[in-house]
Design a protein around this ligand. Structure first.
Ligand code: GLN
Length: 487
C-alpha cells in the first residue's frame, strides 16, 4: 500500500472496510502531509485539524459498530466559497474575512451525511473569478508540479491539494471552467456536472445560471464516487433536477466499443500549445484503439463563447455581489460616514479586489438601460445558439472531446497584467457551462517541461455516467493518472 495520504478514495475506503487502516490514521497522515508541504503549496485558507480528527474518531466508532457510508472516514477538502457551519468561509475575499456561516451548504450536509472527514477550506480566486488562484485576496497557491507556476483556478487550492497529497479528494465550483481547468493544470480529474445536478444552496453565488459544484479527484472512480454523494434534488434549490442521479460507480465499465466521439475542429485553433494538441490527438487515437469511433463535428459559435460568458457571468455577478454592503456580512470600511451610500462605496472599494471590481463594472454596464438589449440580451441569444451547436452535434455523437486548457500551467505573474490573457485560459471550458452540459477533465500526458495536460470530454445534459464510462476506459488503458509530482 502506498503512503496513506497518497491513496485514492476507493483505495482508502477498501483499506477501512478491510480493517487495514483507520479513519484517524488516514486523517493524521494527511494532516502531517499538509504540515510538511503546505508552506510551499499554500492550498488551504483554513485548516480544521481538531474537528477533522473528531469526525475521524466518530467514523471509526461507527465502523466498529458495523455501520458504513459512501465516504465514511475519508478526508477531503472544500473550496472556500462553499458555506460550512462554524467554519470561516471567505470566498477568497477580504469582504468576507471573518464571516462564519450559521449553516452548511447542501453539498456539505451531503458530504457529512456520507461520513466524509472535512480537513479545511481551500484557496481560490476571489469569488471564483479567475483562472490562476492569483486573484485570492490572501495569497496565491502554487502548482505542485512546479512551484513557479499557477495551479489554475479558480479552484486552484482544491486541485493543488489533491495533486500534492493534502487531501484524498476535494470539492470545487465551476462557473466557466473552475473545476476542469485547475484539474488539467494539476494532473487530476475534475468534473463539472450538468447544471442543476448538484445543489447550489450555500455556495457563495458568482453567476447563478452557471455555477455548479464538482469533484476534484485522483482518478475517475473517485470522481464518480464523490459526485454520487454531491448530486441530487434539493428543495432549497429550485434549479436542481428532481430525478435522482443514476449509480455512477456501478456504471463504470471499460467498454467504449461503438461509442461515437466528436472532435470539434474549432478546438484545434491558433493558440493551442503544440504539446497539448499532440497529447489530445494521441488520446483520441487510444479511444479508436479501444473501439470508439472518432469523427469531426462542428460547433460554429465557439468563437463567441468568451464574449458571451464575459457579459452573462459579470452581469449576474454584479447582482449577486450587491449583498456585500458592509452591513450584513464580514468586513466594513473604517471611519465615520455621512451617508449609507458612502459606507457602501468605501466598504466595497476597500473590500473587493481589482478583478471583482472589474467584473461588477462590466456587469452593471451590460445591464444598464440603453445597453441591456445590445449586450445582455444579445449575449443570452448567443448563449442559445451555443447550446444549439451542442444539440446538433449530439444528434450524431455520444461525446465531444478536446483539450481542457489551451496551455499547460503558466508562471505566476505571467498573465496578471492582462485580463484578456487570463480569460483565454478558459476558452475551451466556457461553452459547455453556457450550454449547461456536463464535462470532465482527465490527465492525458505531459508537456516537454513535465507539466500535466488535460483531456476534456463533454456529454449531453444528465449524461455524466457516459463521461465516467469513457474516462474510465481511457484511464484503464493508460498510466497518466499514476504519475505524481515529485514534490
Ligand atoms: N475563469 C473563469 C472566470 O474567471 C471561470 C471561473 C469559474 O469557473 N469560476 O470567470
Amino acid at each position: 500500500m502506498s503512503a496513506l495520504w497518497n491513496l485514492t478514495l476507493h483505495e482508502a475506503l477498501d483499506a477501512l472496510r478491510h480493517g487495514e487502516s483507520t479513519a484517524v490514521a488516514l486523517t493524521q497522515a494527511v494532516l502531517e502531509r499538509i504540515l510538511a508541504v503546505d508552506n510551499d503549496i499554500r492550498a488551504y485558507l483554513t485548516l480544521t485539524p481538531e474537528a477533522a480528527l473528531e469526525q475521524a474518531q466518530t467514523a471509526d466508532a461507527l465502523r466498529a459498530e458495523g455501520q458504513d457510508a459512501p465516504l465514511l472516514g475519508v478526508p477531503i477538502a472544500i473550496k472556500d466559497n462553499i458555506s460550512t457551519q462554524g467554519i470561516e468561509t471567505t470566498a477568497g475575499s477580504k469582504i468576507l474575512e471573518g464571516y462564519i456561516p450559521p449553516f452548511d451548504a447542501t453539498i456539505v450536509r451531503r458530504l457529512k451525511a456520507a461520513g466524509a472527514v472535512i480537513l479545511g477550506k481551500t484557496n481560490l480566486d476571489e469569488f471564483a473569478m479567475g483562472s490562476s488562484t492569483e486573484n485570492s485576496a490572501f495569497f496565491p497557491t502554487r502548482n505542485p508540479w512546479d512551484l513557479s507556476r499557477v495551479p489554475g483556478g479558480s479552484s486552484g487550492g482544491s486541485a493543488a491539494a489533491v495533486a500534492a497529497g493534502e487531501a484524498l479528494a476535494a470539492v470545487g465550483t465551476d462557473t466557466g471552467g473552475s473545476v476542469r481547468q485547475p484539474a488539467a493544470l494539476c494532473g487530476v480529474v475534475g468534473v463539472r456536472p450538468t447544471y442543476g445536478r448538484c445543489s447550489r444552496y450555500g455556495l457563495v453565488a458568482f453567476a447563478s445560471s452557471l455555477d455548479q459544484p464538482g469533484p476534484l479527484t485522483r482518478d475517475v472512480t473517485d470522481a464518480a464516487l464523490l459526485l454520487q454523494v454531491l448530486a441530487g434534488h434539493d428543495p432549497l434549490d429550485g434549479t436542481t433536477w428532481p430525478e435522482a442521479a443514476p449509480d455512477y460507480v456501478t456504471a463504470l465499465s471499460a467498454d467504449v466499443q461503438g461509442l461515437r466521439i466528436g472532435v470539434p475542429r474549432e478546438y484545434f485553433a491558433a493558440g493551442l500549445q503544440p504539446d497539448v494538441e499532440r497529447a489530445v490527438r494521441a488520446a483520441l487515437q487510444t479511444f479508436v484503439e479501444l473501439g470508439a469511433q472518432v469523427e469531426e463535428v462542428q460547433l460554429p459559435h465557439t468563437d463567441y463563447a468568451l464574449a458571451t460568458y464575459y457579459l452573462i457571468a459579470p452581469a449576474e455577478a454584479s447582482a449577486n455581489l450587491a449583498r456585500f454592503d458592509g452591513i450584513r456580512y464580514g468586513f466594513r470600511a473604517e471611519g465615520d460616514f455621512e451617508t449609507v451610500t458612502e459606507l457602501y462605496a468605501r466598504t466595497r472599494g476597500a473590500g473587493f479586489g481589482p478583478e471583482v471590481q472589474r467584473r461588477i463594472m462590466l456587469g452593471t454596464y451590460a445591464l444598464s438601460a440603453g445597453y441591456y438589449d445590445a449586450y445582455y440580451l444579445k449575449a443570452q441569444k448567443v448563449r442559445t445558439l451555443i447550446k444549439g451547436d451542442f444539440d446538433a452535434a449530439f444528434a450524431h455523437v455520444d461525446l465531444i472531446a478536446g483539450p481542457t486548457s489551451p496551455t499547460t500551467a503558466f508562471r505566476l505573474g505571467e498573465r496578471t497584467a492582462d485580463p484578456l490573457q487570463m480569460y483565454l485560459a478558459d476558452i475551451f471550458t466556457l461553452s459547455q457551462a453556457l450550454a449547461g452540459i456536463p464535462a470532465l477533465s482527465l490527465p492525458c500526458g505531459f508537456d516537454a517541461d513535465g507539466l500535466p495536460i488535460g483531456l476534456q470530454l463533454a456529454a449531453p445534459a444528465l449524461h455524466e455516467a457516459r463521461l465516467f464510462r469513457a474516462a474510465f476506459a481511457y484511464e484503464q488503458a493508460t498510466e497518466w493518472h499514476k504519475h505524481k509530482p515529485a514534490f
